[in-house]
Write a protein that binds this ligand. Structure first.
Ligand code: GRF
Length: 191
């Protein structure tokens, strides 16, 4: 816990692997008075992740970990505990966290996924939606458990799929919905 503008905030880490648009969106949200979280740490498995630039822009600590290291669980746990992190948001993080890690953060890790779960777990969701001629797609925020994209759903948001949609146009529309949904899900958890 940390006091920010007179309000107690939950110390949070965001895990990323790439672009970081959800990270940027959550950083902006965390600055608002209504936000129950403060973002104190950015973790990446990829030193080339473009989202890491938000560390400087928002003056937030970042740390890059080699997830192929056999001791990654202990290293990550130790680091996160030292930083007093109490909550974790995965945002485009492309690794599966180990059972050991999840057990230590049970119920305190959430993820955003670009489909209406339980439909289309894993990769290439927009391609699958278009191939199957679905009329709707969307995004989901869920708790993270040991199975891929399978934890309890916190909130979902639907978007329409148009006949002329390409993977790019659909993923842009879903991403805009993600940027609304992730803060809403965090508010739902803590309010
Ligand atoms: C988002 O579509 C998210 O749902 C998925 O990966 C993408 C990450 O985008 N898990 P960004 O890095 O937040 O821009």
């Amino acid at each position: 816990m940390k006091k920010l503008n007179g309000k107690i905030k939950i110390k949070t880490a965001i895990f990323i692997s790439g672009r970081g648009s959800n990270l940027k969106n959550l950083l902006k949200f965390s600055k608002k008075k209504i936000s129950p979280i403060s973002i104190d740490l950015i973790i990446s498995d990829n030193k080339y992740a473009t989202g890491l630039k938000f560390s400087e822009k928002f003056n937030i600590n970042k740390k890059i970990f080699n997830f192929n290291n056999t001791k990654i669980d202990s290293l990550l746990l130790e680091f996160i505990r030292k930083k007093d992190i109490k909550f974790i948001c995965l945002a485009g993080f492309m690794r599966i966290l180990s059972k050991k890690f999840l057990k230590n953060f049970n119920g305190k890790i959430i993820n955003i996924h670009p489909s209406l779960l339980p439909k289309y777990k894993g990769l290439n969701t927009h391609k699958k939606v278009i191939q199957n001629k679905d009329k709707f797609s969307g995004c989901s925020v869920h708790y993270v458990n040991t199975k891929l994209d399978s934890g309890k759903i916190i909130l979902k948001k639907k978007v329409k799929v148009y006949k002329k949609d390409t993977i790019r146009s659909l993923s842009n529309r879903v991403l805009r919905a993600e940027h609304k949904l992730y803060p809403m899900a965090i508010l739902k958890i803590f309010n």
